[in-house]
Structure formats: structure tokens, C-alpha cells
Write a protein that binds this ligand. Structure first.
Ligand code: NAP
Length: 280
């Protein structure tokens, strides 16, 4: 079976072009802030990517960098600065935070209408009540990718591997909102393969390189790979054994070029949404 690519790079480029035109007509320009704490190399790369994406579509960016030994009160002060800054309409605190910082406390300090990542309790609550405006970027991007490819979702069996707050939990809910019947799996799930083999839509977000193999996937399934890993030889791969699994499924996201670019596009979209929440 020959699978088709769920091309996140292509869709993200189309969405970014539209946003560029939209932002070109906006005055003042929307602003996105980023707070980065510590020197995690992957986080630095992600933050630079987000800032470049902002510049590309004309969104103004502001960065606050704090050292790895920053105290909780210093991080809260940075959040407060972003909360008060009129030029910053939405902002994110790049995760993970150093271990001395309570992640929940920091996320709870972000004003909900400036919460561009959609991680705050208010925005998560709104999402679960089906009235979410600021949805978390990665799951929002996955749904957009599936809808853009016109993949039938209604009544389909979806299986999600991983139950993180930023991907697994929200994508399970958003798939259910699209009328999928959803099963969530995690590290304690028994007989995992029996469950994944039933999936019409399989979303994998576990952080284990090439964990999902061909024998775990139903013929004709749609496979969405959220994982992102740099191997020792420098190549990138996801949580799915792409080369083998692609021969069995109907659609599959590549890594890179699948979910990653959609996450950034949705963050930009959320920044524009934050602007409108404050300028209606
Ligand atoms: P995470 O916080 O790393 O948690 C991993 C989840 O996978 C946990 O729920 C864990 O279960 C589950 N898990 C671990 N081993 C498993 C196994 N053998 N079988 C079934 N489930 C298992 O998850 P995350 O933050 O969502 O990240 C997952 C991956 O996605 C990472 O590679 C990350 O870099 C990537 N990511 C990419 C993007 C993007 O935009 N491309 C965005 C976010 C994340 P327990 O709860 O039982 O521990």
C-alpha cells in the first residue's frame, strides 16, 4: 500500500502566507513574547524558530532570557512584565523549566487572554467545555492537518499514545470533538499492540524514537507522529518507524515536516487571536 504524506510543512506555509497578508493590514501589529529560562539546547532552537516565524509573518516579538539558576520569583516577574506589556498580546513560557521552578505556578501566572500556548487552567477548561479559543498549538495543528487532507474522522476509532498535558490529553479530547471514538494509552497500558492495531487514526506522542513498528499499525490507518528526536548520526526521526510503517498506512506525517511546522503556525495563529481578544 502506498501512503500519502500529511504534509505539515506545506499546509503551514500556506497558513503563514495568509497570516502575513492579514498582519500586513493590521495596525498596530500583534506581538508575541517568549520567556526562556535556562540553557536547554533544544529549547533554544525552538525559541529561535518561533521568533523567526514571527518576523516572517510580521508579528513583533519580545524575548526575556533568564539563567538556569533563576528563582521562581524572577520567572514570575518576567511573566508579570509580559502580562503588563501592551505591545505583547500573547506570550509563552518555553517548557521544560529548570526543576527548581514550579511549572503550574508559572503557567497559572499568565493572563488567560495572553496565554498563546493555551496551557492555563482557564483555557484548558474552556477547551474541555467546547468553547476554546486559545487551543494548545500541537493538537490544534494536528486537527487542522487531518481536516485539510479531508480525512474522515466521524465515527472512526482513534488511538492516542501518550497522555501529556500539552499533546496526549488535548488531542484525545479534540479528536473526540470531531466525533472519533478515542482510546488513550500510556506507559502502563497492557497489550498495547492489540489496541494500536484497531486504530483508524493513530496519534503517537511518547518521546521514544521509532517505537511504533509496522506490526502495531492497522492496514490503511492514518498515522500522526508527534515525536522529534535527533539521532547520534545527526538525522531526525519521530516516534514511528516511518520507512516501514508508511508502506502499510494510508496517510502519515513525516518527521521533520509534519506536526512540527504546524505547531509553529498554530502558535502564530494564537498570537493573532490574542491580539483580537484585546482589541475587539
Ligand atoms: P511526554 O511528557 O514526554 O510524555 C510521554 C508520554 O508517553 C507519557 O504520557 C507516557 O506515559 C507515554 N509513554 C512513554 N512510554 C510509553 C510506552 N512505551 N507506551 C505507551 N505510552 C508511553 O510527552 P510529550 O511532551 O507529549 O512529548 C512526546 C514527544 O513529542 C517528544 O518526542 C517531544 O519532543 C515531541 N513533541 C513534539 C512537538 C512538535 O511540535 N513536533 C510538540 C510537543 C512534543 P506515562 O504518562 O504513563 O508516563
Amino acid at each position: 500500500m502506498k501512503s500519502q504524506l500529511l504534509d505539515g510543512k506545506n499546509l503551514a506555509a500556506r497558513l503563514r502566507q495568509k497570516m502575513k497578508e492579514q498582519v500586513g493590514k493590521m495596525q498596530p501589529k500583534p506581538g508575541l513574547g517568549v520567556v526562556l529560562v535556562g540553557d536547554n539546547p533544544a529549547s533554544k532552537v525552538y525559541v529561535e524558530g518561533k521568533i523567526r516565524a514571527c518576523e516572517d509573518v510580521g508579528i513583533v516579538s519580545k524575548k526575556i532570557l533568564l539563567g538556569k539558576d533563576a528563582s521562581e520569583s524572577e520567572v514570575i516577574a518576567a511573566v508579570e512584565e509580559m502580562n503588563q506589556d501592551k505591545q505583547v498580546h500573547g506570550f509563552i513560557v518555553q517548557l521544560p523549566l529548570p526543576e527548581q521552578i514550579d511549572e503550574h505556578l508559572i503557567i497559572d501566572s499568565i493572563l488567560s487572554f495572553k496565554d498563546a500556548d493555551g496551557f492555563s487552567a482557564v483555557n484548558v477548561g474552556n477547551m474541555f467545555m467546547g468553547r476554546g479559543v486559545l487551543l494548545p498549538a500541537t493538537p490544534k495543528g494536528i486537527i487542522r492537518l487531518l481536516l485539510d487532507a479531508q480525512i474522515p474522522l466521524k465515527g472512526k476509532r482513534a488511538v492516542v499514545l501518550g497522555r501529556s498535558n500539552i499533546v496526549g490529553k488535548p488531542i484525545s479530547f479534540l479528536l473526540q470533538q470531531q466525533d472519533c471514538t478515542v482510546t488513550m494509552c500510556h506507559s502502563k497500558t497492557e497489550n498495547l499492540k492489540n489496541i494500536t492495531k484497531e486504530a483508524d487514526i493513530l496519534v503517537v506522542a511518547i518521546g521514544k524514537p521509532r517505537f511504533v513498528t509496522k506490526d502495531m499499525v492497522k492496514k490503511g490507518a492514518v498515522v500522526v507522529d508527534v515525536g522529534m528526536h535527533r539521532l547520534e548520526d545527526g538525522t531526525l526521526c519521530g516516534d514511528v518507524d516511518f520507512e516501514k510503517v508508511k508502506k502499510k498506512c494510508s496517510w502519515i506525517t513525516p518527521v521533520p515536516g509534519g506536526v512540527g511546522p504546524m505547531t509553529i503556525a498554530m502558535l502564530l495563529e494564537n498570537s493573532i487571536e490574542c491580539f483580537y481578544l484585546q482589541n475587539r
